[in-house]
Design a protein around this ligand. Structure first.
Ligand code: SF4
Length: 86
């Protein structure tokens, strides 16, 4: 079960983008978290930290706790239009 579930949380999910703290990654030959993602959003090139495709990610949060170095996270985005008139 992901950490953000239920209709009430759907709005929150839309404001989250998945990020990877690459500097904290131990760069294993095969990142085990790649196999945990239920939608195949995590990929890894040899010797590189994993990457998350934000267009595939469903914000389930499974990767956040699966990594021993906690390199996966979400960043909340907001758009403040200020006084902009449309
Ligand atoms: S939050 Fe879920 S869907 Fe998104 S990258 Fe992590 S495991 Fe995959």
């Amino acid at each position: 079960m992901g950490f953000l579930n239920g209709d009430k949380e759907d709005k929150k999910k839309k404001n989250l983008i998945p990020i990877v703290y690459a500097e904290d990654c131990s760069r294993k030959a095969h990142c085990p978290v790649v196999d945990i993602c239920p939608v195949g959003a995590i990929t890894q090139k040899p010797g590189e930290p994993p990457e998350v495709d934000g267009t595939l990610c469903n914000r389930c949060g499974d990767c956040l706790t699966a990594c021993e170095n906690y390199v996966f996270d979400f960043q909340e985005i907001s758009l403040d239009l200020g006084d902009l008139e449309l």
